[in-house]
Design a protein around this ligand. Structure first.
Ligand SMILES: [Zn+2]
Length: 158
């Protein structure tokens, strides 16, 4: 991907990002990181796979959103359900990509632009500190998050 092409595509991503910007990182700084991640060549260990969004509803009613990657959604979902048996876990979306690591990284960086990263806290169901859970409300909602995920996938797979 040429730098011009990457810049044009980044502008498309930036338009999708919510207006509420991060208080911890400047917009320019975070978009710069997204740009670098998009323009970077996929690592040699990167593989085709799925980037997924899970909705995790706890017994207390608390709903959490998790974005991750796997090469086998059924197996990953079984692992999650075994680990957090008190949680109702549903797959909200999964997108297939040629470069699962790269897509996951780009998505996580985009989520940083809106302070959507949750500080890890012990899971209500299993007491484990799960990483990479997101406040999708701060990102403009789950539909917005899914749109950005698919847009990034289209760019990463080019
Ligand atoms: Zn858990």
């Amino acid at each position: 991907m040429s730098p011009q092409c990457a810049a044009r595509l980044l502008a498309r991503v930036a338009r999708q990002l919510p207006r509420h910007q991060s208080t911890r990182y400047s917009t320019t700084y975070t978009l710069g990181r997204v740009y670098n991640a998009l323009a970077a060549r996929p690592s040699r260990s990167d593989r085709p796979g799925l980037v997924y969004w899970l909705r995790m509803q706890h017994r207390s009613g608390l709903v959490e959103w998790k974005a991750g990657r796997t090469d086998n959604m059924q197996r990953r979902l079984r692992q999650w359900r075994r680990q957090c048996p008190g949680c109702r876990i549903t797959v909200v979306d999964k997108v297939r990509t040629r470069y699962a690591k790269k897509l996951e990284r780009c998505l996580h960086l985009c989520l940083k632009t809106s302070d959507a990263w949750k500080v890890p806290s012990a899971c209500e169901a299993c007491r484990v500190l799960h990483r990479e859970k997101f406040e999708v409300g701060r990102f403009g909602g789950i539909t917005k998050a899914l749109n950005v995920t698919r847009l990034l996938r289209d760019i990463v797979d080019m």
